[in-house]
Design a protein around this ligand. Structure first.
Ligand code: IPM
Ligand code: MG
Length: 375
């Protein structure tokens, strides 16, 4: 039987609760499938580790992770550790060295979930946001001088490289090409940012020539927020810089009903390094330990992980179980206006998985193609 080595890093806050739920569901999924198993190793890195050791993870952390097939990540952030330390000390400290340059964020309105948009039908909002995940505004360039003096300076430099922009554009065009509508929107801000963003646009146009069957357009990021709300059905695949996509993906998740549902894949599409899968939400210390975190975002991230590992059938089954579960409002947690807790949602997904395994129901392929051929 195939065995995949999974590194679990629950880290902080509700990350611990949702990763436990996610692993239980993934193990159930593997057992139902019968063709593979997950061999999971837990890492206790995060803010508590930081308080004991002065670092979010050991200096050789990435070396410890290198031989894994995938990383399943919870959330970072604690009330008593500055956010830039938790983020740069763990999540970005893994994303950058492992060159997980494609951050993929699918969003859909599931049957049973109410969007805050008044007149939107479920099928009108089915997007995948591709976030450049290695450079741009998160490149880590900049500094501070004259600290504390009135002359103090702080710079935060965005870095755009031809190599970095070309590869994310190619990835986004390939992903758009693999989806039925073959439609891509390139988000930009080249009216105001006339260097890096103009290069971004030029490279988009160059790469577009390699994909004559993909329809694409360009959208300024401010106007994009209005379009997402007013004309959601005109969008399908979206590519944006690190920061623009960070912001737009929170909007997308809210429009689809809740941040608690939304998944992320931090991909190294070439499989040179392990990729990392995590719910989009943060550590949510206001509800930590209450057992009410919505585990769906973690389950859907698990679907993306299975897909990336090549376990398409299991990925489809888990996606269907998520759909079945969300269709029943009894399985909605507080973030969706319901009363279900983490355990109830987890049990409902496991039950839906078992029912589909017993009935051998045909499963619908709902998972976007994550590693389009030739990526
Ligand atoms: C995300 C998050 C992170 C980010 C936070 C935790 C720093 O918002 O994954 O979208 O901005 O990248
Ligand atoms: Mg974000």
């Amino acid at each position: 039987m195939k065995t995949y080595k999974i590194a679990a890093i629950p880290a902080d806050g509700i990350g611990i609760e949702v990763i436990a739920a996610g692993l239980a569901v993934l193990d159930a999924c593997a057992a139902d499938d019968g063709g593979f198993r997950l061999d999971t190793t837990h890492f206790d890195w995060g803010s508590d580790y930081y308080k004991k050791h002065g670092a979010m993870m050991p200096a050789n952390g990435c070396d410890q992770l290198r031989s894994f097939d995938a990383i399943y990540f919870g959330a970072v952030g604690a009330p008593d550790v500055p956010d830039h330390i938790t983020l740069w000390g763990l999540r970005l400290a893994i994303c950058q060295p492992f060159d997980q340059y494609a951050n993929v964020r699918p969003t859909r309105i599931f049957p049973g979930i109410k969007s805050p948009l008044r007149d939107v039908a479920d099928r009108d909002l089915d997007w995948v946001i591709v976030r450049e995940n290695s450079e741009g505004e998160y490149a880590g360039q900049g500094g501070r001088s004259h600290r504390g003096l009135p002359e103090e300076v702080g710079t935060e430099v965005s870095i755009f490289t031809r190599a970095g922009v070309t590869r994310i554009m190619r990835y986004a065009f390939r992903l758009a090409q693999a989806r039925p509508r073959k439609l891509l929107t390139v988000v930009t801000k080249s009216n105001a940012q006339r260097h890096g963003m103009v290069m971004w646009d030029e490279i988009a146009a160059e790469v577009a020539r390699e994909f004559p069957d993909v329809t694409w357009d360009k959208m300024l990021v401010d106007a994009m927020t209005a379009r997402m709300i007013l004309k959601p059905a005109t969008l399908d695949t979206v590519v944006a810089t690190n920061l623009h996509a960070d912001i737009l993906s929170d909007l997308a998740a809210a429009l689809a009903g809740s941040l608690g549902i939304a998944p992320t894949a931090n991909l190294n599409p070439e499989h040179k390094f392990p990729s990392m899968f995590e719910p989009i939400h943060g550590s949510a210390f206001d509800i930590t330990g209450k057992g009410i975190a919505n585990p769906i975002g973690t389950f859907w991230s698990g679907v993306m992980m299975l897909e990336h590992l090549g376990e398409k059938r299991a990925a489809d089954r888990l996606m269907s179980a998520i759909e079945t579960t969300l269709a029943d409002p009894a399985n909605h947690g507080p973030d969706l206006g319901g009363k279900a807790n983490t355990r109830q949602v987890t049990d409902a997904v496991k039950a839906a998985l078992q029912a589909s395994a017993r009935a051998s129901l045909p499963v619908r392929a709902q998972v976007p193609e994550l590693v389009p051929a030739g990526a």
